[in-house]
Each structure stands twice: as structure tokens, then as C-alpha cells.
Design a protein around this ligand. Structure first.
Ligand SMILES: Nc1nc2c(ncn2[C@@H]2O[C@H](COP(=O)(O)OP(=O)(O)OP(=O)(O)O)[C@@H](O)[C@H]2O)c(=O)[nH]1
Ligand SMILES: [Mg+2]
Length: 604
């Protein structure tokens, strides 16, 4: 191994959401003098506005630091379950994972999920008990949980605080001492190769690839070829993250950095692809192991509010897709809403964030349909189709069986909330499998409950409910399991007698009445009063199952006419009546459905 590569350490920080990854990264950036004091701010690696506003990490973020003569390449990762693809892609670029556990919370569902991802990659795990400055800190108990989980010795666990900076040097030293240096993978050829683990569209630089170099050196001006897409170009510039782009002109073996690719089409540059320095035939160059395809869990359609914005929407989607590898989409056309895209997401937060990015970064005004899982339909003629949108559900007479996706659900909770959780899971059609005890820490120990559950239940309010019945202590993780038969029907929603396509959903037959009621009640509350009464209705197969009416606002047009002139008063009232008729006739255009209505309906 050459001298230089032995002085590199690549590592990730992984943890459950909010356990303090980005804050700890701040302290590392300070300790290593990577960011000037005056430029420092909280969670500096959370660069996007949405990340800062919501206080959560959404995107992985690499940064290069110098420490005791070593080059440390850190990747900060998100903790929320919807962004776990960011974590798994980061893990493939590093040798070491610093696993944080907030000592007021203990091991949570994503602690486990992310740890298992790191173990699959054979990474060195450095366990850290974090937030030891908090009054509610329970360090011994958290240490015990970690030892039970990893089978490690107590003195391998580092105690730290991202608030006070305690333990930060110790963690960095452990990354140097316990973490492996990157290895140049051995293979017969001598081409330089790098793994693309993320990418981004930059207004000035165009398509930028985030890479981990596995063999050789990449230099500005080199001809490059992507082994999967076959796209060829030239390195226009390359460098490292400080955390802003810092041009270095070359990337050495083992390094993590960025490459300005010169690709004209964003589709050319795919995460998981191998970037090789080569011109001409590349058939003899083996590709690096890429990534598993992600399986979208939630589908919703996105339409521009103004039909003329469709091209802008398509362009924005392509660019955002480059920075959001978990997103899938295909064009769609709807009679009521025009041209748009059917999109697949990993969860509701993913959908929310994507929608918000389209709005903020591309200034697009959108209509988003009610999110839904993908159903499998066996038609009576034997044909099997996948339905990702309620609109596409065939006529019930032509359906033999509908199947819905199920997930394997893990819930971690203090023992005392177990009863509440079991009750909630039952209401959501969950099937209880078994319970594991996380630690032998007596009566206040915590449990890991295993369930199987329809994915649609988790899509709606499950996460919020589980938080509220456990005083915020329980956490969940889930993964796709299989498809199972479901007795479901399409429920239409009508406002002012007009079907509102974006609000149609697929519901359980035995629950349709209740859901239909709830939706019209929410609509009644969220619609703005008009000059005419607005009826909201739920319907199944053309049959109204629930209805609510929001009464008209009666503008008193005659109020200003005191006394006298009866004929004028009559005329004015006539005019008002006509106005009402006109508005009613305007149909769907006349009643505004507030954009947050679907979130209210989902989270009812
Ligand atoms: N008291 C105390 N608070 C901390 C510490 N570390 C983080 N916090 C707070 O915990 C919250 C979450 O911190 P983040 O650093 O954003 O957590 P994260 O793990 O990066 O969160 P995600 O990236 O969204 O998963 C913030 O309000 C921090 O101020 C710590 O060591 N002590
Ligand atoms: Mg973070």
C-alpha cells in the first residue's frame, strides 16, 4: 500500500433521527479547523433550506478534514427512515461507521436498521454514546444496550457530546486507530475507477458526480466513460468538499470528492455507476459493485397547476432526480389535470420534501394527488396489472382479486407503552409476530416488537399515532415484505358535484363508510366559504356514502341601501342570484381545494 493511501480514513456517522450526527460533525469540523470560526453555524452540513427549517438531514453530505497528518473524509447521513437510501449509498464509499446513540433515548429502530446496513458492508463500527451533557443522560444503561447489541467491550464505547465537544477528539483518534485505510481493489487492468455515490445539478457546473476513487488517479482533462450508461465525457474539474467545492485538479486513490462531468443530459449520470478513465471500448473494465434498486413505497401524481408549465416541471424533475436517487417517475395524463408525472417515493416525508423542493428551487405551482401504495390487480380475464393510482383501478366487475403490499414492521418502545402499541397495531390490521427484549435492564427495559402490517396503514397516521401513544419514546422501522389480498374499493370525492380526481383514494370496504364521513367533514372545515353552498360528498361506484354542506356566505348587498328604493334593492338581489349561477356553472374552477387538504385527510 502506498504511503499516501494509508493516511486516508473514510467514515460515516450513522444513527437514529435526531441523535446528534450533524451536531457532532460540527464539532469535528471545528476540532480539525476545517471551517473558520466566523463561518461556523449549527448543523453546517445541513445546507438546504428545508433541512435547516425542519432541523433534519435529508441529503448525505461529504466533507474532507485534515487531522494529525491524516486526510479524514466524513459523510454525514440522514436518520429518517425515508432517507435510508442516502445512508446505504454513503456506507458503500467508506470503511468505518461511527454509530451514535443518544443516551436519553437509547437504541431506536433506525439505530438497528442503519447498523445492519453498515455490518452488511463489513465496516468497522465505532460505537458512541452521545449527548452525555443532558440532565436526563443515562450512560450506563445506554452502554449496556450497545454492548448487548454489538457484543463489544465497555471500553470500546466512547462517550461524547456534540454540545460541549466532549469525546470528539477521542472519536477522531479512534477513526484513525481502529478504522481501516481504504484499499485499492485489485483487478487485472490498470484503469482508474470510481464509484458514483451521489450527484447533483449545479447551475454553474452542470452535472456534478460525487465519487469515491477505488483505483488510480482521476485528473482534470481525463476522458471518462460510465460503464453502465456508456456515456462518455471529460473531467472538466474535480476536487474535494470543504464542505463547499474546492478544486484540486486531481483525486488520488481512496479519495472522496466531486467531478464536474460535462454531461449534457442528467440521465447519463446515475448513482451506483462506475466512472472509469477510458476512451473507446470499455468492455474489459469490470464495474464496481453498484447499488440495489430502491423500491418506492408511496405513489402520487404531480401536475403543474398551469398546463403550460409542463416542460419546466419535466426539466426540474430530471434535475432533482439527479440529487434524489430514490425518486422514480413516469409521465402521466389525466382528463381533469392534464399532463404530469406519476411519482414513487420512499415515504410521505420524501414526497413532502420533493414537492417542496420543486416549489422552492424551481418555483413551480403544483397539484399533488392523494398518496397511495401500489396495488396488484388480477383481472377476471387472467391479466395481472399494477395500479399506482386510484384512477387506474378497473371496473369492479372486471376484478378478480386485489392485492396490497405488506411490510415487516419493527417497533422499539419502553415496556410500559407495550399495551398501547399492541392495541394500535391491531386497529391497523397488524399481525403480531414476536417480542425481543433489548436489554436486561430491569422493569424499565425496552422491547422490540415484530409485526407484519399493510403498508397503507403506515402511510397514513401510524407514525404520528405511535409517537403520541408512547410519549414520543417509540420508534419504528419497516421494509417491504410481500403482496396479500385486500378487500378494497375506490372512493371518489366530489366537491360542488364535481369529482376531484386528486382526492380519490382506495379504501377498505369495511371501513369505507367511516372514511367517507371523515373526509367530507375535513373538507367542510378546510374549504373557504363561497357565495353559494358547497356540497362535499364521498361516493363508491357512483353511490354517495357521505355528504356535508358548507353553507353560502351571503353578502348583504342591500345593506348600504337604507330605506326607500325597493326596485333598486330587487335589482341588486337579482344580480347576486345571477352571479351565484355563474359561479356554480364554472364547475371545478370555482371551488379552490387548499393544497394542504390531502395532508389533513391523510393525517386525520
Ligand atoms: N444537549 C445536547 N443536544 C444535542 C447534542 N447533539 C445534538 N443535539 C441537539 O439534538 C437535535 C438534533 O441534532 P442533529 O445534530 O440535527 O441530529 P441528527 O442526528 O443530525 O438528525 P438527522 O440528521 O435529522 O437524523 C438538535 O436540536 C441539536 O441541538 C448534544 O450532544 N447535547
Ligand atoms: Mg443530521
Amino acid at each position: 500500500m502506498n504511503e499516501e493511501i494509508s493516511k486516508i480514513r473514510n467514515f460515516c456517522i450513522i444513527a437514529h433521527i435526531d441523535h446528534g450526527k450533524s451536531t457532532l460533525a460540527d464539532r469535528m469540523l471545528e476540532t480539525t479547523g476545517t471551517v473558520e470560526k466566523r463561518k461556523m453555524r449549527d448543523q453546517i452540513l445541513d445546507g438546504m433550506d428545508i433541512e435547516r427549517e425542519r432541523g433534519i438531514t435529508i441529503k448525505l453530505q461529504p466533507v474532507t478534514m485534515q487531522y494529525r497528518g491524516y486526510q479524514l473524509n466524513l459523510i454525514d447521513t440522514p436518520g429518517h427512515v425515508d432517507f435510508s437510501y442516502e445512508v446505504s449509498r454513503s456506507l458503500a464509499a467508506v470503511e468505518t461507521a461511527v454509530l451514535l446513540v443518544d443516551c436519553t433515548q437509547g437504541i431506536q429502530a433506525q439505530t438497528l436498521a442503519n447498523l445492519y446496513l453498515a455490518m452488511e458492508q463489513d465496516l468497522t463500527i465505532i460505537p458512541v454514546v452521545n449527548k452525555i451533557d443532558l440532565p436526563a443522560a443515562d450512560v450506563p444503561k445506554t452502554k449496556k444496550e450497545i454492548m448487548d447489541l454489538l457484543g463489544c467491550a465497555e471500553d470500546e464505547i466512547i462517550c461524547a457530546s456534540g454540545k460541549t465537544g466532549a469525546g470528539v477528539q477521542e472519536i477522531l483518534d479512534a477513526v484513525l486507530a481502529r478504522g481501516q485505510a481504504p484499499q485499492e481493489t485489485i483487478y487485472a487492468g490498470d484503469h482508474s475507477r470510481a464509484l458514483i455515490f451521489d450527484s447533483k445539478y449545479d447551475t454553474y457546473r452542470g452535472v456534478v458526480a460525487y465519487v469515491r476513487v477505488f483505483n488510480g488517479t482521476l485528473r482534470k482533462g481525463d476522458r471518462i466513460k460510465l460503464l453502465f450508461t456508456g456515456a462518455a465525457s471529460e473531467i472538466l474539474d474535480c476536487g474535494i468538499f470543504k464542505p463547499d467545492y474546492l478544486s484540486t485538479g486531481e483525486l488520488r486513490p481512496g479519495a472522496i470528492g466531486y467531478i464536474v462531468t460535462g454531461f449534457k443530459q442528467v440521465a447519463d449520470c446515475r448513482v451506483g455507476d462506475t466512472l472509469a478513465i477510458a476512451a473507446g471500448d470499455t468492455a474489459q473494465i469490470p464495474a464496481l459493485p453498484g447499488y440495489k434498486e430502491v423500491r418506492p413505497m408511496v405513489f402520487a401524481s404531480i401536475f403543474p397547476r398551469e398546463g403550460s408549465d409542463f416542460k419546466e416541471l419535466r426539466d426540474a424533475m430530471d434535475k432533482l432526480k439527479l440529487n434524489d436517487a430514490a425518486l422514480v417517475y413516469e409521465p402521466e395524463r389525466s382528463d381533469a389535470l392534464g399532463f404530469g408525472f406519476r411519482c414513487g417515493f420512499l415515504g410521505l416525508l420524501h414526497l413532502e420534501v420533493f414537492q417542496e423542493r420543486l416549489h422552492r428551487e424551481y418555483n413551480l405551482d403544483l397539484i399533488v394527488t392523494m398518496p397511495s401504495v401500489a396495488y396488484k390487480v388480477m383481472k377476471s380475464n387472467g391479466e395481472e396489472i399494477v395500479i399506482r393510482s386510484p384512477q387506474r383501478l378497473p371496473d369492479p366487475n372486471h376484478i378478480d382479486i386485489i392485492e396490497e403490499p405488506w411490510v415487516k414492521l419493527d417497533v422499539i418502545s419502553p415496556k410500559s407503552y407495550m399495551g398501547n402499541i399492541i392495541k394500535l397495531a391491531q386497529e391497523k390490521r397488524g399481525i403480531y409476530k414476536n417480542t425481543e427484549y433489548l436489554s436486561s435492564a430491569g422493569d424499565d427495559g425496552r422491547v422490540l416488537l415484530h409485526y407484519e402490517m399493510p403498508m397503507s396503514a403506515i402511510l397514513t397516521d401510524f407514525y404520528d399515532k405511535i409517537k403520541s401513544i408512547s410519549a414520543g419514546y417509540a420508534s419504528i422501522n419497516y421494509e417491504y415484505l410481500d403482496y396479500r389480498p385486500a378487500d378494497v374499493v375506490k372512493m371518489d370525492i366530489l366537491v360542488a358535484e364535481e369529482p376531484i380526481e386528486s382526492l380519490a383514494t382506495i379504501v377498505y370496504q369495511d371501513d369505507a363508510q367511516r372514511q367517507g364521513r371523515e373526509v367530507v367533514e375535513i373538507l367542510k372545515k378546510s374549504l373557504a366559504r363561497e357565495m353559494f353552498a358547497i356540497k362535499s360528498q364521498s361516493a363508491i361506484g357512483g353511490k354517495i356514502i357521505a355528504s356535508e354542506t358548507l353553507s353560502a356566505m351571503r353578502k348583504d348587498v342591500t345593506a348600504k341601501l337604507y330605506g326607500g328604493d325597493v326596485s333598486r334593492k330587487k335589482k341588486l338581489l337579482e344580480k347576486q342570484k345571477k352571479g351565484k349561477k355563474k359561479m356554480m356553472a364554472a364547475g371545478k374552477g370555482s371551488v379552490e381545494i387548499p393544497p394542504d387538504t390531502f395532508v389533513k385527510i391523510l393525517k386525520r
